[in-house]
Design a protein around this ligand. Structure first.
Ligand SMILES: [Cu+2]
Length: 149
């Protein structure tokens, strides 16, 4: 009977170990979640979406509320397939073209007014510029720097 009692205690002890293991594994998954959150804030929501849809990433570019300018003078994107979502809230037509460091235009969105358009780009790491192709707009300041990592 004593052996049975010892065996019972061992079973209880192993159950306690399993319980400990369970709680430690759940706390480690919480820390993994924290890492994912910090990655998300660095790379933007597009990174999480890209994980489920391959390597696609989205870059949002919009015009300033008034004037010949975009809302931001700089943008960053991950190398690979990048979808540029361009939003123009102005009644004046604008577009977004992207040129590489050699000045070669690699693609552009439609010319639109008060609307939005998307275009896909295949971007390698490097420095690009985005600008509006309407004559005079880029010269007036409607451009920005795109850094692809
Ligand atoms: Cu323009």
């Amino acid at each position: 009977m004593k052996k049975v009692a010892v065996a019972f205690v061992l079973v209880l002890a192993s159950l306690a170990l399993v319980a400990c293991g369970g709680s430690s594994s759940s706390s480690s998954s919480e820390s993994t979640g924290g890492e994912t959150t910090s990655e998300g804030s660095a790379g933007g929501g597009g990174e999480a979406e890209g994980g489920s849809a391959g390597s696609a990433a989205a870059l949002e570019i919009e015009t300033a509320s008034t004037g010949l300018a975009y809302s931001s003078k700089s943008a960053t994107a991950k190398a690979g397939n990048v979808t540029v979502n361009f939003t123009n809230g102005q009644p004046l037509a604008h577009d977004v073209a992207i040129e590489d460091s050699g000045g070669v235009v690699v693609g552009q969105t439609e010319l639109i007014a008060e609307g939005s358009d998307s275009a896909e780009f295949e971007l390698k790491p490097g420095t690009y510029h985005y600008f509006c192709t309407v004559p005079g707009h880029r010269e007036a300041g409607m451009e920005g720097t795109l850094t692809v990592k």
